[in-house]
Write a protein that binds this ligand. Structure first.
Ligand code: RRO
Length: 308
């Protein structure tokens, strides 16, 4: 069931949602078995910013009946740290690498894109204009004019495919997607998390999360992702990476039916690190049974814990 995405050949249509699978930690935990059975057809790394960041104060997570709220706040080593320490390890993965970047100004994003444009290890770039946990991250992506201005500034800096990660927290994701496409984006991905809040269970009215609010993900937002992918598909011709609460092959198939070209698994990977591989197998079975050309069942292989 190989698929082509922005000129990149992928073994199947399932990738990870940025920030939901730490491939470097997983390699330490599972060793080379991770490389032999990597759960995703491409790896999308956690957001990189120009300068190193500590992230938001704890607590950073709140569990919901249908998912969770995160307020991680982009902790990362910064561009120089990423290039020196993360990139060499991520380049060892057996799948194409997509680097997710975020800047607090257009010029910061330009510096990041410029720095990665000559890296042979990087197959594509994802522009995060949708982080709910840092105000400026979302402002660029909530307004079609701001998104267009950003993509127009970035476009000449790289030949690599540019994917714009859209926020559900705006009045019209379709307008923002159309603006990104018109400005030269090669693809869009959606949804990032939905802004949410939880109060401390014993201190009424006091926010639980250190950042005050956070981003809701998991099954709770599956219907939002599906509706927004369908809305965006009606507005753009570029490929779409669809996501939002995918736990099973059926959920991935729904997003493909709504118009996505690839599907990302996010929150489910925290519960089951092999969720991506499982969803890919289930999806191949569903589509194979329906007679979708090119959809063949991916042979089931033993879980990593049995191999190691
Ligand atoms: O790090 C985060 O808090 C975070 C990011 Br960058 C994002 O894009 N989406 C999210 O839910 N959390």
């Amino acid at each position: 069931m190989t698929v082509e995405f922005c000129g990149i050949e992928l073994a199947h249509p399932i990738v990870n949602a940025s920030g939901t699978f730490d491939a470097i930690a997983a390699r330490r935990a599972f060793g080379d078995a991770l490389l032999e059975r990597f759960p995703f057809a491409a790896f999308v790394s956690k957001t990189v910013t120009l300068e190193p960041r500590q992230g938001n104060p704890p607590p950073r997570l709140w569990e919901l009946p249908g998912g969770m709220i995160n307020s991680i706040g982009l902790p990362n080593k910064g561009l120089r740290g990423y290039l020196a320490r993360d990139l060499p390890e991520l380049a060892d993965l057996p799948v194409p690498l997509i680097v997710n970047v975020m800047g607090f100004t257009r010029e910061e994003v330009a510096q990041l894109v410029d720095a990665f444009s000559d890296c042979a290890e990087v197959a594509a770039l994802e522009l995060n204009v949708s982080c709910p946990n840092v105000e400026t991250g979302m402002i660029m992506g909530a307004d079609p004019g701001e998104t267009a201005a950003l993509v127009e500034r970035i476009r000449p800096l790289t030949d690599k495919p540019l994917i714009v990660k859209l926020t559900p927290n705006c009045s019209s994701p379709g307008d923002v997607a159309a603006a990104a496409e018109a400005a030269g984006a090669d693809a869009v991905s959606l949804i990032n998390t939905v802004k949410g809040m939880a109060f401390h269970p014993r201190r009424a009215g006091t926010p639980w999360l250190g950042g005050g609010t956070g981003g809701v993900s998991g099954p709770a937002v599956r219907a939002v992702g599906l509706a927004q992918v369908a809305e965006v598909r009606a507005r753009v011709g570029v490929p779409i990476v669809g996501m939002g609460g995918v736990q099973r092959g059926r959920h991935a198939d729904d997003l493909l039916q709504a118009g996505a070209d690839l599907v990302a698994v996010g929150t489910e990977s925290f519960r089951d690190p092999l969720a991506g591989a499982r969803v890919a197998v289930e999806l191949a079975e569903i589509r194979g049974n329906r007679g979708v050309p090119g959809a063949t069942a991916i042979p089931a292989r033993p879980p990593i814990s049995d191999v190691a």
